[in-house]
Design a protein around this ligand. Structure first.
Ligand code: PEP
Ligand code: MG
Length: 756
């Protein structure tokens, strides 16, 4: 007697037994369709499998003409079967012929059948084929029947993936993406790496599909859901550093979905239809992935993506595994692949073996990116869909210059990567050879090359880059990766360590530059329409002086006996300097009152990032000991381009008339008033740009540590007077394409402007 419809456990067992036999693939397929038809009380059951060109071929049938097997082919999107494959959703109709997509294939002999039920056969979100039922009567298939067929389809999908069915699935498996692939993301750190994938959140392979005891599966699901929810709540509530910025958003969405009844009901349905809890999670995941791949609505895709991540977490919990790979032993040349991750997680990986990082979500200013840069990892962000396209252990190439990521690269690409890595090593060895040489131009002009830093993990670069100072210490980075507002002692210890490591080399501490894209998760910050123009940096410090004063106190305590250089960020008007000085003086008084050792000298400078300062330079320079030009923000505000918006960030050139004229003007006034001027910001890290800046008269730079070698290599071949004349002429003549002219200048003089 047939198993009651909607409770296909007996059917699943029977299918399992058929699959386990040693018969040919076709013989087993024939038995499978016949078993399905009989159990589901249908006159017809058929399996259509997808070919590489997207068409669907009838591979087995019970009830249609056997002669149509391997003959009947639906073009991509053709008929009801094509529609199901395209949409990746089930379709149940009392009368198939009335549906607008219906197309008749007379050779199958399907004329007499009216009722139709088709479900997609999905694996890892990829469409393998379609499983159908047909009945002569115009009957309506119940939800339970649809559910049961989806469960059967899932079991079939696993069957097709098994080794002994590989002949059958070979052509289709190309769509399961096992071949080479290339995705272009956003280049975040200029290095090239080739190695093997480490999935930050590894996937679990589900091997147990059919449940013996549905009740036990339900209990296991409830327990796993509980620990999933508790885990997410803990992460959100304990103030983990992983909460910062976009990572927090992801966690909050996880929390919402972890309680989503529709999702949980789907998992219940899967178990009720005979699957194990793991298989029920995976079945639901497959359906979501298929919808995700077909949807063009970015919001919908994003939400499905979150649910997909959540399902992975649940599968890991069910398998009794840790949710992430943090702390695992890594093999040499490991490349971490994650959708997103917190900065602390990255720091917990074995740094000796990690060479690259590929992220789906992170952008230039994500906190994890800041850490990745400090660790010198080849980093690419914005690599949509990578997590689902790779398996742990597969080979991957990461090009942090172009933003290209090569998955399972073919031999030719591997060779290219290997060449690049050899070249990279040679270049690094060459720059290392220049490390202890002073940066002096051919005509004897010395240029100070300091480095930018912001975390204690940056400090080793002082020695390995040969930097003569820390020209910009971005103190906010410590605040950004902290779990809570750092306390006075913690700051004092950290700044003292920076000064101790720097020794004779000067350090310029920039006070907290938060706001804009630099958010502190533990501080309440009202939503701002234009955060880059908002309540940030010195504006925030003056309005909430407690944090600023704590920082100054820590700096005074840390630098007793040494020189202390304090740099104020985002100054737009002179009164801000005066107010800041007042706060600094109060802390100095406090320091003296306790008879603590005073710094040998306290120097206060300002960043020049806001164009308004250009027209108040003379009075400003009377009130500061030095200035430092932040070309990143100055460019952002001069050209009105959001530096974090990739659509516009590189639209205008720093080597352009307005920008270079602005810089030249600042340098001229500072020189006339005898005030020390430094220039920091990404522009200084590029040899061609650094060459132009030397031409404009700048002699003190601060840059990314790994740029020091290449910039020094350029300087050693440069005649400062030569470039001064050349660039002045370009500015005088209002030359519009300055970059081209400078490249020509460099190439005529065989200057090395290749960079890293
Ligand atoms: C700048 O704006 O150029 C700068 C160095 O500061 P930050 O990049 O930290 O804003
Ligand atoms: Mg800035």
């Amino acid at each position: 007697m047939a198993e009651p419809i909607g409770a296909p456990r007996v059917l699943l067992r029977a299918l399992h037994d058929i699959m386990a036999t040693k018969e040919s693939a076709q013989a087993r397929l024939n038995k499978i369709v016949s078993q399905i038809a009989s159990n589901m009380v249908a006159e017809v059951s058929s399996i259509y499998l997808r070919r590489p060109d997207g068409s669907l071929v009838l591979y087995a049938t019970e009830g249609l003409h056997r002669s149509a097997v391997h003959y009947t082919r639906m073009k991509r999107g053709e008929g009801l079967v094509g529609l199901i494959a395209d949409e990746a959703i089930p379709l149940a109709l009392p009368d198939a012929s009335l549906h607008p997509s219906f197309s008749l294939h007379p050779e199958t002999g399907e004329d007499p059948f009216h009722a139709f039920l088709g479900v997609p056969i999905l694996r890892n979100g990829h469409m393998l084929g379609v499983l159908t039922l047909q009945n002569m009567t115009r009957r309506r298939y119940s939800e339970e029947e649809v559910e049961a067929m989806q469960t059967v389809a899932m079991v079939l999908a696993e069957f097709f993936a098994s080794d002994d069915m590989s002949d059958l699935v070979e052509q289709r498996s190309q769509s399961v993406s096992t071949g080479p692939d290339r995705i272009v993301g956003v280049a975040l750190f200029p290095k090239v790496a080739l190695g093997q994938v480490i999935l930050h959140e590894p996937r679990v392979t589900v091997t147990r599909l059919i449940a013996d005891e549905p009740f036990m599966e339900m209990t296991a699901l409830e327990e796993a859901l509980d620990s999933l929810r508790i885990g997410i709540d803990e992460m959100l509530s304990r103030g983990d550093v992983a909460r910062a910025g976009e990572h927090r958003d992801v966690l909050e969405t996880y929390r919402m979905f972890a309680h989503d009844q529709v999702w949980v009901n789907k998992l219940h349905d899967g178990i009720a239809s005979g699957l194990t809890v793991e298989a029920a999670v995976e079945r639901n995941q497959n359906e979501m992935r298929a919808q995700m791949m077909r949807s063009s609505d970015p919001f919908f895709r994003e939400r499905l993506h979150d649910l997909d991540d959540l399902s992975n977490r649940l599968l890991r919990i069910l398998a009794g595994l840790a949710v992430t790979s943090v702390g695992e032993e890594l093999k040499e040349n490991s490349i971490l692949v994650a959708r997103t991750m917190g900065p602390a997680d990255l720091l917990d990986y074995d740094r000796d073996h990690l060479v690259g990082l590929v992220l789906e979500d992170a952008g230039v200013s994500a906190h994890v990116t800041i850490i990745a840069r400090a660790l010198g990892l080849a980093t690419v962000g914005g690599v949509t869909g990578i997590v689902n396209k790779v398996q742990a252990g597969e080979m991957i190439g990461v090009d942090g210059f172009s933003g290209k990521v090569h998955i399972r690269p073919p031999k030719k690409v591997v060779a290219l990567y290997s060449d690049k890595i050899i070249h990279q090593k040679k270049q690094l060895a060459y720059y290392e050879g220049l490390r202890d040489k002073p940066a002096i131009t051919l005509d004897g002009e010395e240029v100070a090359l300091g480095m930018n830093a912001g975390l204690e993990i940056d400090l080793p670069h002082l020695d390995d880059s040969g930097a003569t100072s820390i020209g910009l210490y971005r103190t906010e980075l410590h605040f950004m990766i902290s779990e809570h507002l750092p306390r006075l002692n913690e700051l004092t210890k950290s700044y003292a360590n920076v000064l101790k490591t720097a020794g004779e080399r000067p350090v310029v501490f920039r006070t907290l530059d938060i706001g804009g894209d630099k958010i502190l998760p533990y501080l309440r910050h009202a939503h701002e329409e234009n955060p880059a123009l908002g309540w940030r940096a010195i504006r925030f410090a003056l309005d909430r002086p407690a944090i600023f004063r704590t920082q100054i106190r820590a700096l005074l305590q840390a630098s007793g006996g040494n020189n202390l250089n304090i740099l104020l960020p985002m100054i737009a008007d002179i009164w801000e300097i005066e107010q800041a000085r007042e706060l600094i003086n109060r802390e100095v008084d406090h320091h003296q009152k306790f008879k603590r050792e005073m710094p040998a000298k306290i120097r206060v400078g300002t960043m020049i990032e806001v164009p308004a300062l250009i027209w108040q330079l003379e009075p400003l320079l009377k009130r500061v000991d030095f200035i430092s030009i932040g070309t990143n923000d100055l460019m952002q505000f001069l050209f009105a381009v959001d530096r974090a918006n990739m659509n516009v960030a590189h639209r205008f050139d720093t080597l352009s008339l307005p920008f270079l004229n602005a810089l030249a003007g600042i340098e001229k006034v500072a020189r006339a008033q005898g005030v020390e001027v430094n220039i920091c910001g990404e522009m200084t890290s590029r040899p061609l740009e650094a060459m132009a800046l030397v031409g404009l008269g700048f002699r003190s730079f601060s840059m990314a540590p790994m740029a020091i070698g290449p910039v020094k290599a350029m300087l050693l071949g440069l005649d400062a007077n030569d470039i001064r004349h050349y660039i002045n002429q370009l500015l005088c003549d209002n030359v519009l394409n300055i970059r081209t002219a400078l490249v020509r200048f460099a190439s005529e003089r065989k200057l090395d402007i290749s960079g890293i």
